[in-house]
Structure formats: structure tokens, C-alpha cells
Design a protein around this ligand. Structure first.
Ligand SMILES: [Zn+2]
Length: 376
């Protein structure tokens, strides 16, 4: 099965500063692993070049005053332009507009390749910048590539219906905002409960509005939520909602920051858990959307060792191949060159360091949240 991989090295320009946690190398190191595993091949992923999103494409999601502020700050990063740009999570940097427009354009190109029928699946690993809002940058995100891509597809085909599934540790607030009253987009976010983690939103009470009422679903999971919790949420909430919605395609945001080792979050996912979840989502796409999936990247801050393994598992799920557990030595060498001990195998994972009582409690709390979501 052939799928498109929309990425090139110029996307590393999306770089806030050397000491910012969102390292562009996490994407290149992931691509290196995907490539070392032989997944960039005629029967697997085909490389496709990104192109920048146009101003008109950005304006479907963002207000003009914000895009203009990004452009101004790109020329002079010290200029106080407001709109969430500046000291803090999302500092301005030279060339920021071009870099962020390229990330957004890659996601648009990925969705276009799927809607045109060129491929059934596409992967845009630099995308998934789900916190960018209509009028402001937030949480390391300048332009909301996910929303820009979905809006482009809706605009090109007035009958298209899209399900967006966000498994990043953080609530997909910007995408939810963009389509809060849009009945043609179902947004589902599984994330660490906003009482404990940025951005604080994503309660199960947020359900959409007007014509989009009930097309927004949030499953805030408790800290230390394990793969069991994620699979429960997937089976009990995500799968039935997507079946009922009957989308033409599924867009996924695949933040790797729900892994238990992530330095910015407190969840309990594992490599095995991700692999199983990716398989379930692929099956769900086959069942409900003709197999059409556009997979975006997302967060993930254990970037040398965890993010590349999670996204290699994602890439393998998109092309229906199971990867051998032995990690390619060339890739392990590359990690070693960063001064980090590489993992021994693809799926090696100590798992969250919690006792059985905590594991049970976390599952119990997740069941409770699922009941609340299903009550509507
Ligand atoms: Zn995140």
C-alpha cells in the first residue's frame, strides 16, 4: 500500500531557539528511523515535497491581523506585536512566517493527496500544531496546520465530512475552536485532564455549538493514564462516534507526548500502547472512511529516543507493515552521536512507574470520564 510522506529538510526552519523544547530534529530523527527501516519505498511511503500555505489558505482559519503580526515579527523578532508572540512558549524568530506557512502547506498538501485519490494515506510529521488560535500563537504553535488543511479540504469539496482525532497529551484546543460550530467536522481529543496540564481546556462539557453541537468530543484522561485507558476511550467513545459520523476521511494528530517518559506531561502511554492504538485507528479508518487517513505529528519532548520510535510505529501502521523489533544500527549510531544512549529495541519500554493500586485507580477514573462523555 502506498502512502505519501510530506516532508523535507527545509522544514527544520521551524525552530524557536536552541533551548526551546520543540526541537525540529525530532522530526528529522523520526524520518531517519522510518527510512532506516526501509519504509520509504515504492510499496510503502513515497516522499512528496511540501509547499507553503498561501495567505488565502491561512485566512480560512486565522484573522488577517494575526497573520500580519506574524509577518512583522518574522522580520523583526524583537518587535512587540502581541497575538501571543514573544517571550514565553511561542517566541518570535526570524523567518517564522515562512517556516510556519511551510508546515501548514505540508499538511494541506497531505490532505490534497488523499482527497484527490492519489494515495489513501498521507503523513505530515512536522504538522499537528494544534494550539494555534484564530488570532494568536500559543503552546509552540504559530499557524494551525491541522485546521488550515481541514478548512482547505472543506472548501474544495462542499460535501466532504472529516473526523479529526487528536491523541496528543494536550487538548487540541485550536482545532476545536476552528470547527466548534462546523457540523462537517467531528473533533475528538483525548488528553491529560486540563486541571493538571496545559492548556487547561478540554472538559467533556465542551460539546460544540449551533449547527456543530455534539460534533466536539473531549475525553480528559487522568494523570498516569495507561494504554488500557486509551484503548477503553478508543473503543467506547472514539470508534462509535466516528462510525455514527461516517466521515470521508480521518485526520489524526499523533503527539508522542502521552508517553510516560515525556518531560512535559504526566501520562502513562507506552510504545506498545501507541502501536495498538495506531492499529485500532487504522482499522477504524478502513471501516468508516475508505481507509483514508491524514496523519500529522504533534508534541513529544523525549525527542531523541521516544518520538522517533512512536512515529516509526505510526508510519508502519499507515502502510500496513509490522516493523521488526531490532532497531537499525545506523539510526542507533545517530542517537549515540547526540550524546544519548539509544534504546535497544523498537518496543523496549519500562512503562510508567506506578503500582497496581494506582493503575486500577487510573482505569477507574477513566471509566468515569467515559461515562460522562457518553451521557452527553
Ligand atoms: Zn502536546
Amino acid at each position: 500500500m502506498q502512502a505519501a510522506l510530506v516532508y523535507d529538510a527545509s522544514m527544520e526552519a521551524y525552530d524557536f531557539s536552541p533551548d526551546h523544547p520543540l526541537r525540529p530534529e525530532r522530526v528529522s530523527l523520526s524520518i531517519a528511523l522510518v527510512e532506516a527501516y526501509g519504509l520509504i519505498a515504492p510499496d510503502a511511503l513515497e516522499s512528496a515535497a511540501p509547499r507553503p500555505a498561501t495567505r488565502a489558505e491561512l485566512l480560512r482559519v486565522h484573522v488577517a491581523a494575526y497573520v500580519d503580526a506574524v509577518v512583522r515579527a518574522s522580520h523583526d523578532p524583537d518587535l512587540p506585536v502581541g497575538h501571543g508572540l514573544g517571550p514565553g512558549d511561542t517566541p518570535a524568530f526570524e523567518g517564522m512566517h515562512d517556516a510556519a506557512a511551510l508546515v501548514a502547506g505540508a499538511s494541506v498538501a497531505a490532505i490534497e493527496r488523499v482527497t484527490s485519490g492519489a494515495v489513501r494515506r498521507a503523513f505530515a510529521p512536522a504538522g499537528g500544531l494544534h494550539h494555534a488560535h484564530r488570532d494568536r500563537a500559543a503552546g509552540f504553535c504559530v499557524y494551525n496546520d491541522a485546521a488550515v488543511a481541514i478548512a482547505a479540504a472543506l472548501s474544495a469539496d462542499p460535501d466532504l465530512r472529516i473526523a479529526y482525532i487528536d491523541i496528543d497529551a494536550h487538548h487540541g484546543d485550536g482545532v476545536q475552536e476552528a470547527f466548534y460550530d462546523q457540523p462537517r467536522v467531528l473533533t475528538i481529543s483525548l488528553h491529560e485532564d486540563g486541571r493538571y496540564l496545559y492548556p487547561g481546556t478540554g472538559s467533556y462539557r465542551e460539546r460544540g455549538a449551533a449547527a456543530g453541537l455534539a460534533t466536539v468530543i473531549n475525553v480528559p484522561v487522568p494523570p498516569f493514564a495507561t494504554p488500557e485507558c486509551y484503548l477503553l476511550a478508543c473503543e467506547s467513545v472514539v470508534a462509535p462516534a466516528v462510525r455514527a459520523f461516517s466521515p470521508d476521511l480521518i485526520v489524526t494528530q499523533n503527539g508522542a507526548d502521552a508517553h510516560w517518559s515525556d518531560p512535559l506531561t504526566t501520562l502513562g502511554m507506552t510504545l506498545d500502547g501507541y502501536e495498538t492504538l495506531f492499529a485500532r485507528l487504522s482499522d477504524l479508518a478502513d471501516e468508516t472512511a475508505g481507509g483514508r487517513v491524514v496523519a500529522l505529528g504533534g508534541g513529544g519532548y523525549s525527542w531523541q529516543t521516544v518520538v522517533p520510535r512512536v512515529w516509526a510505529l505510526l508510519a508502519s501502521s499507515l502502510v500496513g507493515k509490522r516493523l521488526p523489533d531490532a532497531l537499525p544500527e545506523s539510526w542507533r549510531e545517530r542517537v549515540r552521536a547526540l550524546g544519548v544512549d539509544p534504546p535497544e529495541t523498537l518496543r523496549e519500554d519500562a512503562g510508567p512507574q506506578i503500582d497496581d493500586a494506582t493503575r486500577e485507580l487510573v482505569l477507574h477514573d477513566t471509566r468515569h470520564v467515559v461515562e460522562k462523555v457518553l451521557e452527553g
